[in-house]
Design a protein around this ligand. Structure first.
Ligand SMILES: Nc1ncnc2c1ncn2[C@@H]1O[C@H](COP(=O)(O)OP(=O)(O)OP(=O)(O)O)[C@@H](O)[C@H]1O
Ligand SMILES: [Mg+2]
Length: 319
């Protein structure tokens, strides 16, 4: 299967500090691809650069290095009509559905905006039919949704409504950034099942999450991010069944256990930070990180891991 979207050595550097003199390298040389009809999960802790990557894909923020390609074309070079097409082909849905709506307008307005911007020539009657179809495709009943204000709908309904809005543009890629985090268990399943359906329609989904179990549930492949770097990537089963990078192993080991107390969780977290700080070449504070630490090495078919350096028991896969 060919990649719809591919990133190669992509960087993002934010200007920070009072006069913008400081630099924060939020994404470092990220390389991965998303194919048609596939869900790829971007997994990592808070601040690891997941949303930044999503925003770069959506062209909401610039890329500061590397190449981002869509259907083989360099996205940074797109201008005019081609750029407009890109903004249509790549759609995003974000964490907090409430913030995507203006509380003083009925929710229908999001569809009117789409019509004005993209389909001004479609007649009202046909447009209404399209809206109905889009809502039905995300298992919403139009008569229960249309004409309501955002506060009259649940988070799950608003989230699905945003997906319906994105689908009206017939996107090739959907960036779903923590869209499930705010939902309760039963609505989560609805939205997760919706993602599976999008896959079946051939849409490439980049699913951003800090929740390992969600990544495991929905994705064909996973990309594990640590401090802006891809530390491990591959087929979901390969990575989850045989995690190689110490960070991935820690992530898997720290999946919340119902019987763990908060003190135990905190102690484990402190131990993990201390351990990674001195040993992992990916750790920012490690001055001895090898120069080629950026790259990934293919350890098995469909399973890549970043370079790391540990004691003799955990030899680096690069040898
Ligand atoms: N506009 C910005 N200006 C400066 N720094 C930023 C900006 N946006 C993000 N950052 C920083 O870049 C890093 C990565 O942020 P990002 O939002 O991509 O993380 P994330 O993995 O999505 O985290 P979370 O799980 O909390 O959403 C963080 O250190 C963050 O503080
Ligand atoms: Mg984020």
């Amino acid at each position: 299967m060919t990649a719809v979207l591919s990133l190669e050595g992509v960087d993002k550097v934010y200007k920070v500090g009072t006069f913008g003199t400081g630099e924060l390298r939020a994404v470092r040389s990220a390389t991965f691809e998303v194919r048609a009809g596939e869900v790829v999960s971007l997994i990592g802790e808070s601040g690891s650069g997941k949303s930044t990557l999503g925003k770069m894909v959506l062209k909401l923020v610039s890329t500061d290095g590397g190449t981002l390609r869509m259907g083989g074309k360099d996205v940074t070079r797109l201008r005019g009509r081609a750029l407009r097409d890109y903004y249509r082909d790549v759609q995003g849905v974000f964490q907090d559905p409430f913030s995507s709506f203006n509380p003083i307008y009925k929710v229908d307005r999001v569809f009117d905006t789409v019509r004005r911007s993209w389909f001004p020539r479609v007649r009202r009657q046909e447009w209404d039919q399209r809206v109905h179809d889009a809502l039905s495709s995300v298992t919403l009943r139009p008569e229960e949704i249309l004409g309501k204000y955002p506060h009259q709908l649940s988070g799950g309904q608003l989230q699905r409504l945003l997906v319906a809005r994105a689908l009206m543009l017939d996107p090739k890629v959907l960036v779903a950034d923590e869209i499930i985090s705010m939902l309760d268990a039963s609505t989560r399943i609805d939205v997760l099942n919706l993602l599976v359906e999008l896959k079946q329609r051939g849409i490439a989904v980049l699913f951003v999450t800090h929740d390992l179990s969600l990544g495991n549930y929905v994705s064909d492949r996973v990309v594990i991010l640590y401090r802006g770097r891809v530390v491990e990537a591959g087929d979901t089963r390969a990575v989850f069944d045989d995690p190689l990078h110490p960070y991935t192993r820690d992530l898997l080991a720290s999946v919340p256990q119902l019987d763990a107390t908060w003190d135990e969780v905190e102690a484990r977290e402190a131990e993990r930070s201390a351990r990674l700080a001195g040993t992992c070449a990916f750790h920012e504070a490690d001055p001895s990180a090898p120069a080629d630490a950026e790259g990934l090495v293919e350890v098995a078919d469909g399973h890549q891991v970043g370079c790391f350096r540990l004691g003799p028991d955990d030899a680096c896969p690069r040898g």
